[in-house]
Design a protein around this ligand. Structure first.
Ligand code: DCP
Ligand code: MG
Ligand code: MG
Length: 539
C-alpha cells in the first residue's frame, strides 16, 4: 500500500526578535520591534498583543505606540547565522538530513523514514488496532542503531492542536503515522527550545503545503496536525491568496478569469470577488486554471486548492549550486527600464550571495564563476522558453573594499547590460516579460578564501582604475521610485513560483525577493510599496 509522506513544517516565532532576545534577554519582557529602514519587519509577541503589526510603517507604529522599543535590524548577519545554526541542528535530528530551508525562518522536515521505522516497532508490539490505540507509552527511536536514543510518547493521543478541531475516525494507517509525527514534531521543537532557546510553530501533515498551513494556524510556540480527511474543510475557508506559493498575481489572474467568465457586470470591484478556496473551487475548474495560468502552473495550483502538493522536500545543500533572482513584467520595452530592473535584481542577488555563500566570519565559502542573464520575449508569452547569455562573473562581487552600490553599478554596466545587448542582438526594439540574473557554476572556495586574487588569477581582473571608469547613470531618486512603482507594484504580471518549469531557477517566493532601488534594502515584494512611501516622505 502506498503510504503518504509525513512532513513537519517549522517556522521560528518572531524570528528576528527571537534572535535579538537571544543576545539581549531583557528584551523578552518588553514590547519591541525590529526595523529595517522605515519598516517594522517584525515585532515580538508582547508588541503584537498591544496591536503592533508586522510590516507596519515605523512612523505609523510610533505614532500609535510611542513607547515601542525599536531595534535596528539592518545587519542581517546575526539572523543569517542563527538561521543556519537552527537549520543544521534540526537537520541532525532527521534521518538522511531530509530538511529543506525556506527563507530564513522556515524548515520542512521529511520524517517519513523515521515514522516508518517506528511504526514497524509499534506493529511488533502486537497492539490490537482499535479506533483508539491503547498504547499510553511508546518509545520513539531517534536512532536506528542505538535503541536508547529517543523519547517516550503516548500513541493514544495527538500532540498539539487539531487543524479543524476534530479527531480522525481511527488511529490507523496514515492517521497513526501522523499521530507519531505529531509527537516527533513536539520532541524536535522541544529540543530546539531547550538546547537552542528558540520557540517555533510546527505543522504536521502529508505534504509541505498542508504542513505549513497547519503550522501557521496556531502560533506562537504551538503545533498543529492536519489529517488528510479534514484537509479540504480546512482549506476551503482560506482566501486563495493565503495558500503558500499563490501570490497576489496568480490570485488576480485566477479571479479575473473566473469573473470574466461568469459575470463581470456585478463583480467589477475587487472587493466583491469571493476568493475563498471553496468558492474558487466551485466557480472554476481545472481547465480554466490551465487556460489562464498555463498547463503546468494551472495543474499545480488547482491541485493545491485540493490539498494536493506533489513537491517533496528537497534537502537544501550546504551551498547552493546557483543563485538566481528574477521578476516578470507585462511588457518591458526600454533600456532605461531594463537598467533599473537589473539594478534592483542585482541588489537582491548580492544579498543572497552574502547570505548563502559567506560564513559567519564573512569569508566566502563558494565562488560563482559565471554570470547568466535570462529573458523571455513577450512574443513567446509567459510560458515560452527563456533565452540566456553567460559570461565570467566580475571578481569585484567578492571585493570587501567596494560598497554594494559600486558593485551593483559595475555589474549592471559591465556585465548585465552587455549580456542584455547580446540577448536582444541587433534589435533596437524589444519587448520582454522576464529578467533573471543568476550566478552559476559555484566552486567551493579554497581553504584560504581571503586569497581571492590568486583564485581569480586566470580570470578577467578588474582593478580600481577600471572601477573608477565605470559609467554610472544616476537617475534622480523620484524617477527611480516611479519606475519601481510602475513596474513592480502595478504592472508586474508575476505568476509566483508556479510560472515556470525551468528547473534551474531558484524560487524564493516566501523569502526576500525585492530590493529597494533607492537604499538597496531587501524585503518581500508586498512590502515594497509601503517602503517606497517612506522614501517619498523624505526618509
Ligand atoms: N522578514 C522581513 N521582511 C518581511 C518579512 C519577513 O524582514 N517582509 C523577516 C523578519 C522575520 C523573518 O523574516 O522575523 C521571518 O518572517 P515571518 O513571516 O516568519 O515572521 P516572524 O518569524 O517574525 O513572525 P511569526 O511569529 O509570525 O512567524
Ligand atoms: Mg516566523
Ligand atoms: Mg516565516
Amino acid at each position: 500500500m502506498l503510504r503518504s509522506p509525513v512532513i513537519i513544517a517549522l517556522d521560528w516565532d518572531a524570528f528576528y526578535c527571537s534572535v535579538e532576545e537571544h543576545f539581549n534577554p531583557e528584551l523578552k519582557k518588553i514590547a519591541f520591534a525590529v526595523k529595517q529602514k522605515g519598516i517594522i519587519c517584525t515585532c515580538n509577541y508582547v508588541a503584537r498583543a498591544l496591536g503592533v503589526k508586522k510590516l507596519q510603517l515605523l512612523v505609523d507604529a510610533l505614532k500609535q505606540f510611542p513607547d515601542l522599543v525599536i531595534v535596528n535590524g539592518e545587519d542581517l548577519s546575526r539572523y543569517r547565522d542563527a538561521s543556519k545554526e537552527l537549520w543544521y541542528f534540526a537537520r541532525d535530528m532527521v534521518w538522511g538530513g531530509k530538511v529543506e530551508r525556506l527563507g530564513f525562518d522556515e524548515l520542512f522536515l521529511d520524517v517519513t523514514e523515521m515514522i516508518d521505522f517506528n511504526i514497524a516497532l509499534l506493529d511488533n508490539l502486537h497492539v490490537p488496532r482499535a479506533s483508539s490505540l491503547p498504547v499510553s507509552s511508546f518509545f520513539f527511536r531517534m536512532s536506528k542503531d542505538d535503541p536508547s536514543v529517543g523519547f517516550s510518547c503516548p500513541v493514544s493521543s495527538v500532540a498539539g492542536n487539531l487543524a479543524t478541531g476534530s479527531l480522525p475516525g481511527d488511529f490507523m494507517g496514515d492517521n497513526l503515522r501522523l499521530v507519531l509525527g505529531s509527537h516527533l514534531c513536539h520532541y524536535i521543537r522541544s529540543q530546539i527550545l531547550d538546547l537552542k532557546g528558540y520557540t517555533s510553530s510546527g505543522g504536521v501533515s502529508v505534504n509541505k503545503t498542508l504542513a505549513k498551513m497547519a503550522g501557521a494556524s496556531h502560533k506562537p510556540n504551538q503545533q498543529t496536525v492536519l489529517f488528510p480527511e479534514f484537509a479540504q474543510d480546512f482549506l476551503d475557508s482560506y482566501d486563495i491568496g493565503r495558500i503558500p506559493w499563490i501570490g497576489h498575481k496568480s490570485k488576480a489572474t485566477i479571479l479575473d478569469a473566473i469573473y470574466k467568465k461568469t459575470d463581470n457586470v456585478n463583480h467589477t470591484m475587487a472587493g466583491e470577488r469571493d476568493a475563498t478556496v471553496f468558492n474558487v473551487r466551485h466557480m472554476a475548474n481545472k481547465q480554466l486554471f490551465i487556460n489562464s495560468l498555463g498547463q503546468s502552473s494551472g495543474d499545480k495550483l488547482w491541485d493545491l486548492l485540493h490539498g494536493v502538493d506533489q513537491t517533496g522536500v528537497q534537502p537544501t545543500p550546504d551551498m547552493p549550486t546557483q543563485i538566481s533572482i528574477e521578476d516578470t513584467f507585462k511588457s518591458l520595452t526600454s533600456l532605461i527600464e531594463v537598467h533599473n530592473v537589473l539594478r534592483r535584481l542585482s541588489y537582491s542577488l548580492l544579498d543572497r550571495m552574502y547570505i548563502d555563500l559567506k560564513d559567519s566570519n564573512g569569508d566566502w565559502l563558494g565562488h560563482p564563476q559565471t554570470a547568466r542573464l535570462s529573458t523571455r520575449p513577450r512574443s513567446t508569452g509567459y510560458y515560452g522558453s527563456r533565452i540566456s547569455r553567460s559570461d565570467s562573473l566580475p571578481s569585484i562581487v567578492f571585493s570587501s573594499s567596494h560598497g554594494r552600490g559600486s558593485i551593483v553599478d559595475y555589474l549592471v554596466d559591465n556585465c548585465w547590460m552587455p549580456l542584455f545587448s547580446k540577448l536582444i542582438g541587433d534589435a533596437k526594439i524589444f519587448d520582454i516579460v522576464l529578467l533573471n540574473v543568476a550566478v552559476v557554476n559555484i566552486e567551493k572556495a579554497p581553504a584560504k578564501s581571503s586569497d581571492i586574487t590568486s583564485f581569480f588569477g586566470k580570470k578577467k581582473h578588474m582593478d580600481n582604475k577600471q572601477l573608477d571608469d565605470v559609467h554610472r547613470e544616476e537617475l534622480p531618486v523620484t524617477k527611480r521610485v516611479k519606475v519601481v512603482g510602475e513596474y513592480v507594484d502595478s504592472e508586474v504580471a508575476h505568476f509566483d513560483f508556479l510560472d515556470d518549469d525551468d528547473e534551474d531557477v531558484i524560487f524564493e517566493e516566501d523569502s526576500y525577493d525585492e530590493s529597494c532601488v533607492v537604499c538597496g534594502l531587501r524585503m518581500m515584494s508586498f512590502a515594497l510599496e509601503a517602503h517606497m512611501r517612506f522614501h517619498e516622505l523624505g526618509d
